[in-house]
Design a binder for this molecule. Structure first.
Ligand SMILES: C[S@@+](CC[C@H](N)C(=O)[O-])C[C@H]1O[C@@H](n2cnc3c(N)ncnc32)[C@H](O)[C@@H]1O
Length: 379
């Protein structure tokens, strides 16, 4: 039986793979020859897949029971397969073909030509074509890096549902240089929180509200905490601007004392923590960087659900581009503040297991480490 294939977008395919994996936790993902195509192994339901694509930053579409064509530029046999596919998986209602390109132009293959041919098959099978607002779409992905064509009925429209990829932090009423890019913020929220119905999301150090906005906009129960009243006011302004009727709660308080800050009815229901700590001297003058992270991690345990995950973002010295894979488990990184070994032992000491780390390039003198951890059950 054919399997479903996820088509990934964005600047960091490895993070996009981690995100879709978190959003579909019971599905094994197998990377194809392309870094932007993954096969789903398992049987996610249609509604689980729809929910995952709807809130994802890095997954542009899922192709159901997809044809994966890896042969050559002669696409006539692919078109024959498409005929059989459409007979095997018929739909009722209007349709359109949605071509998508990965990594440039595929030599010798025209997406427009292929889309036209598939459109011809659809017409000959009595489908009504509606390019504006079809009830169903056939996704046609041409991946130039691996010479793969992947095609099938789509879950998702191929565009992002609420404009994550075009939103910018600078568009908001309250902006500071620390504000996170919405695409990264959404990835981190999804990696930490998993499927939307798993539980609540808590942004431990909200700042201008980068994570809070993305968690709220993706329909999650959302909390944000910050020590600084100016940040609380600004983050609330941003939230009111992005989502006027949101019931996300932005709370003034100390992330090292969470049980005093988070409403008691949310205790033990927080399943996704996101943490972007201060870069320079922190507002708690008495704690150095590693100690602050240690106190915050200790505090998370008091309000965490038993299956909670956490994503931490840390500034690092430039590492270069590494968008295709996670770091090797023993790879050493040079943090801007403090030592990696201290952070690693802090996670172990506070009962969090580090699953994976990724790096991204920010500019010539700054990189970012993105770390995903899972809470370790206590005795
Ligand atoms: C790097 S900024 C967060 C930026 C944020 N991700 C954004 O998109 O704007 C770090 C924030 O941590 C807050 N902070 C520092 N110590 C804190 C603590 N103990 N509890 C809660 N917030 C704290 C600072 O006030 C600052 O707003």
């Amino acid at each position: 039986m054919a399997s479903h294939v996820a088509s990934l977008r964005g600047w960091h395919p490895a993070l996009a793979r981690a995100e879709i994996s978190a959003l579909l936790p019971h599905t094994k993902l197998v990377r194809l020859a392309s870094r932007r195509l993954v096969r789903l192994e398992g049987e996610p339901t249609l509604s689980q897949m729809q929910a995952a694509v709807d809130c994802s930053s890095g997954c542009q579409a899922l192709l159901l029971d997809a044809i994966v064509w890896e042969h050559d530029a002669d696409t006539s046999a692919f078109i024959e397969q498409m005929k059989s596919y459409l007979e095997a998986y018929p739909r009722s209602g209007s349709v359109a073909v949605r071509p998508m390109k990965h990594e440039g132009k595929m030599a010798g293959v025209s997406s427009r030509d292929l889309a036209r041919k598939i459109g011809g098959i659809l017409s000959s099978q009595e489908y009504s074509i509606d390019l504006e607002s079809p009830e169903h779409r056939i996704g046609l992905v041409l991946d130039a890096s691996a010479g793969i064509i992947a095609c099938g009925w789509m879950v998702g429209s191929g565009d992002d549902s609420d404009g994550i990829t075009s939103r910018r932090a600078t568009d908001r009423p309250f902006f500071k240089p620390v504000s996170l890019d919405p695409r990264l913020a959404r990835l981190a929220v999804n990696m930490a929180s998993g499927p939307r119905d798993k539980g609540a999301t808590l942004d431990l150090m909200t700042g201008t509200g980068g994570f809070v906005l993305e968690a709220a906009l993706s329909g999650r129960e959302t909390y944000g905490v910050d020590l600084d009243p100016l940040m609380i006011e600004g983050a609330q302004q941003n939230l009111d601007w992005a989502m006027p009727d949101s019931d996300a709660q932005i709370l003034l308080g100390d992330a090292t004392r969470l049980p005093h800050v988070i409403p008691s009815d949310a205790h033990h229901r927080i399943c996704g923590f996101v943490l972007d700590p201060p870069y320079g001297r922190n507002s708690q003058g008495s704690l150095d960087h590693a100690e602050l992270i240690r106190s915050v991690l200790e505090s998370t345990r008091m309000v965490a659900a038993s299956n909670a995950d956490l994503v931490l973002i840390l500034p690092i010295h430039p590492f270069g581009e590494l968008p295709d894979e996670a770091l090797e488990p023993d790879a050493s990184v040079e943090l801007l503040h403090g030592k990696w070994d201290d952070i690693q032992s802090t996670f172990t000491a506070t009962g969090w297991r580090i699953n994976n780390r990724w790096v991204e390039h920010v500019h010539a003198s700054l990189g970012r480490l993105i770390l995903h951890a899972t809470i370790v059950p206590q005795d």
